[in-house]
Design a binder for this molecule. Sequence first.
Ligand code: NAP
Length: 276
Amino acid sequence: MASDNVSVFREGLLAGQVGLVTGGGSGIGLGISELLAALGMHVVIASRKPEHFEAARERIAAAGGAVSSVALDVRDQARVREVVDGVTQQHGRLDLLVNNAAGNFYAPSATLSPNAWKAVVEIDLYGTFHCSQAVYPAMKAQGGGRIVSTSMTLHYRGWPQMAHATAAKAGVDALTRTLAVEWAPERIRVNAIAPGPIPTEGVRKAFTPPAESGIPDRFAVADQQMDAYAQQRIPLGRWGTPRDIANMVAYLASPAGDWITGSIFVIDGGEWLARQ
Ligand code: NAP
């Protein structure tokens, strides 16, 4: 059973800090934004669609969190700089960047279009670099900061029909290690988290038979298939939750993360090690 309602962190742990979470309005990013705000951080949620970033801002504000939101496509380097400058000017600091925005879909490599390849690599890899580079001056000037990027585990072996995302996330891993060493003198800690399967909207969709299948209760079928997947494929016997990932982000943002840089934390219930 997931322990989503139990906090091991003390109240106000991240008070006074400011964090920017890309893609922080849905799925894993929303879970991260919610936990950081609950621990006292002012969270800025940045993504493309108001139905994500505005809805998340309202939800977190209603729960008493300090939060703001901004429209951002991480592929647009000039806009990324503008947003980061705006946040640092408004708050006077930027303690944490969470590179969580990503795009993904299954597609056979033989017929993957240049645009499809470009879209995923530009969001996942270029976006991570654009945001990391943009926060560097402010973090350097204030004497340090933290960057946490979201990777994956699919590239540890091979994952058919995912050439674009696996290549991009392998790049994110490389970037994490390189920036960690390069920016350690500025006391900027750079780490990544590699989540296992978290049933966000997109993942659930992949398990749901299409409407055209004519299956009367296709959502119940999806639930059954997902239960079977957890029992057979995830050694710890359950799917992950956004909170499982958010806990590690909060840990890394806290003083406990002070001597951690260049690490990639797999949080997946043992899934990739047991992968056939
Ligand atoms: P998700 O629900 O699809 O969320 C992706 C987020 O990224 C959305 O909020 C989206 O918001 C934002 N986004 C997409 N393109 C963007 C762009 N160009 N600029 C700014 N924001 C953009 O995905 P998720 O499942 O929570 O995944 C979150 C992260 O975990 C990703 O990095 C993913 O690769 C990684 N991950 C997930 C799993 C999993 O099982 N779910 C496993 C391994 C790794 P807008 O649409 O509003 O832009």
